[in-house]
Design a protein around this ligand. Sequence first.
Ligand SMILES: [Zn+2]
Length: 290
Amino acid sequence: MTPDFPPVPFNRAAPAPDFPWPNGAKSALFIGFDVDAETAWIGNTPANADRLVTVSHGGYDGRVGIARILMLLDELALPATFFIPGWTALAHLAACEPILAAGHEIGHHGYLHRRPDRGDIDAAREEIDRGFEALGQALGVRPIGYRAPSGENFPELMSHLAASGIRYSSSFRDDIRPYRHILADGGPGPVEIPVNFAFDDWNFGMSSRVDPRPLFGRDAILPLWIDEFEATHAWGGVTTMVLHPQVSGRPMRWHLLRDFLRYVQAKGDVWIASGAEITQHFERMERMAE
Ligand SMILES: [Zn+2]
């Protein structure tokens, strides 16, 4: 039987408020990295644990990707948020510690990158709790930001995130400006810093035997990113990037990312901020509007 769905929007959050960005900026750029490492390959497909070459895509994070990304951010003096699955923080501690030492924000990205499934709410909650635990144990941090592994969410999970101290989520694709979620009980949920799917590097830059996709190079990606950024800038939105060191930390893509970030930086009227900074700004504007 086809289920019947009540004819109401799935996301009940009010429209994004129209507040100004700090320092007279016309738009914002949120540079987010998902440091999946091997979890991208084993979290939803445990059989890949016996495929060392397949999971070695993720191993690139710890050996090369994270360090190269940190070099780039240091060179351009830019802040970023690194959403790290708990497993990654434990398994690649030596690669992850410099993220924190460089002053970047650490966000929550599950424990083993398991896609939250409403059919097993307890498992989804446990993935959150274990992620917090591992990040605390490995890096001594308690993140306030969450990006859903494999980009999913549901009401019970959103409530659990809010109760666990998550102040912002960066997963939804339904706006170009931050807004505040409404929880199932009608109470205020986390702020959403919506992502722009055009800035998910996995779409264009990752392919494997088990997940074959076409690859696109500079001529396709740089104009796409600049066009999408310019249009978002004109509309005063936030350009939220979903980057992966195992993709954008590879040589050609690293240079491509550097060229894009330099382009945005050169505009001079873009607020480049971490997820926590954008959330703090949103909360401040919200209080002022009360
Ligand atoms: Zn991820």
